[in-house]
Design a protein. Structure first.
Length: 393
């Protein structure tokens, strides 16, 4: 009997090994497809290099320069569309081998443990500041926890705002992020304006200056209030950052201090980024999203004083045809189901010699990642009198 049992165990073991090998090959193929960098060419012939993330019938999500971009398939050349569809196709699942039934086991075993809840990945990036080192905020320099939100300065130098509705995390636990964009123009942009981008745009003669460290950083704190930072950028530029936080909201401002020997002066802007507001499952569309979003929307006051509504479920391209927000706004008011009871007002203290905009470089719908940008028309300073403020109720 023992010999029979041993032989049966070996058969089961070999079948299990074969199954796990097939499963490993399948998952490895997925990982390789998502880690490999591909060439993607749009309908105008411009080619970028980016990693494939996911795709559906209308769009493909690509990863480049530390963030995801959602691109419509119709905006790509046929060969890139074909590549997107190929990488979007689900892999053939490995079929588990049949297992002999052990009659000694109960026919109705206890329910298995529930699947683990997938946690949202935390912020990444090179640590440039001292951090708290332990606990929930171990990788952050300082933090303020309130009833409506938590705001924290990460070791990478960016500020992260986590919305809360009581004990519940909003936006799937994803933060809104404050970032400075800083760079320079070697010669005048063909577009004729001064705009700081988040990465180099050689086609516009714009080159990004990376943040490389902080000069004499303040001590870490579990009670973030007001903080002043001196970020060190490439080419010896110092970015002076001011930040204030209390239970009602936050404010941020900054100024670039260029060395006298610098040939190209720094231009900067402040970006406030809103993440994907709901889970984006392959194959889902407006019908599936409607229940999760309800009336979620951005209400803006334009430069002319007009009130315009940007619903989360309407496409940016369609909204631009009938609204004027893309020409600049004074403020934005955000509310709806995805924000629970929270109501958020976003805008500069003053629009003196500056422009404030809302939009998206890559998302099709406002429910996806989008941004608010405050930029100085002269280039290198957003002083405290023009600070970007976010009020939360």
């Amino acid at each position: 009997m023992f010999d029979v049992f041993l032989s049966l165990g070996k058969v089961v073991e070999m079948k299990s090994i074969k199954f796990f090998i097939l499963l490993l090959i399948s998952t490895t193929q997925i990982a390789l497809a998502q880690s490999e960098i591909h060439d993607w060419t749009n309908s105008e012939g411009r080619t970028i290099k980016a990693k494939f993330v996911r795709g559906d019938a209308e769009t493909v999500t690509l990863f480049m320069n530390g963030r995801n971009f959602v691109i419509k398939l119709s905006d790509l050349k046929p060969d890139s569309q074909q590549l997107a569809r190929k990488l979007s196709a689900p892999p053939t699942p490995a079929t588990p081998p049949s297992q002999p039934v052990d009659s000694s086991l109960p026919s109705n075993p206890a329910s298995p443990d529930p699947p683990a809840v997938k946690k949202t990945a935390g912020p990444k990036g090179k640590v440039l500041l001292p951090t708290l080192g332990s606990g929930k905020w171990a990788n952050y320099h300082s933090v303020l926890e309130t009833d409506n939100f938590d705001v924290a300065l990460h070791g990478n130098g960016y500020f992260y705002l986590y919305l809360k509705d009581g004990s519940q995390s909003l936006l799937e636990g994803r933060p809104l992020i404050f970032k400075f964009y800083h760079g320079y123009y070697k010669k005048q942009s063909p577009r004729g304006n001064i705009h700081a981008y988040s990465s180099t745009r050689a086609d516009l003669h714009y080159y990004f200056r990376k943040m490389v460290g902080f000069k004499n950083p303040p001590k870490t704190s579990g009670k973030l209030g007001r903080v002043e930072l001196k970020a060190e950028l490439e080419d010896g530029v110092i970015l002076e950052i001011g930040f204030e936080a209390n239970s009602r909201g936050v404010a941020i401002w900054g100024e670039a201090d260029d060395p006298s020997s610098l040939d190209h002066e720094t231009v900067l802007s402040i970006g406030f980024h809103s993440p994907d507001s709901i889970p984006m499952k392959d194959g889902d569309g407006p019908e599936q999203w409607k229940e999760l979003l309800d009336e979620s929307a951005i209400e803006v006051k334009t430069k002319t004083g007009a009130r315009e509504i940007i619903p989360y479920l309407e496409k940016w391209d369609d909204l631009k045809k009938k609204l004027t927000y893309h020409k600049g706004i004074e403020s934005a008011f955000v509310s709806g189901k995805v924000f629970g009871k929270r109501k958020i007002t976003i805008g500069p203290k003053s629009l003196r010699n500056s422009v404030f905009t809302v939009g998206s470089y890559s998302g099709v719908f406002p429910l996806q990642h989008h941004y608010y940008i405050l930029r100085d028309l002269s280039g290198g300073e957003i002083d405290k009198g023009r600070r970007l403020e976010v009020q939360i109720k």
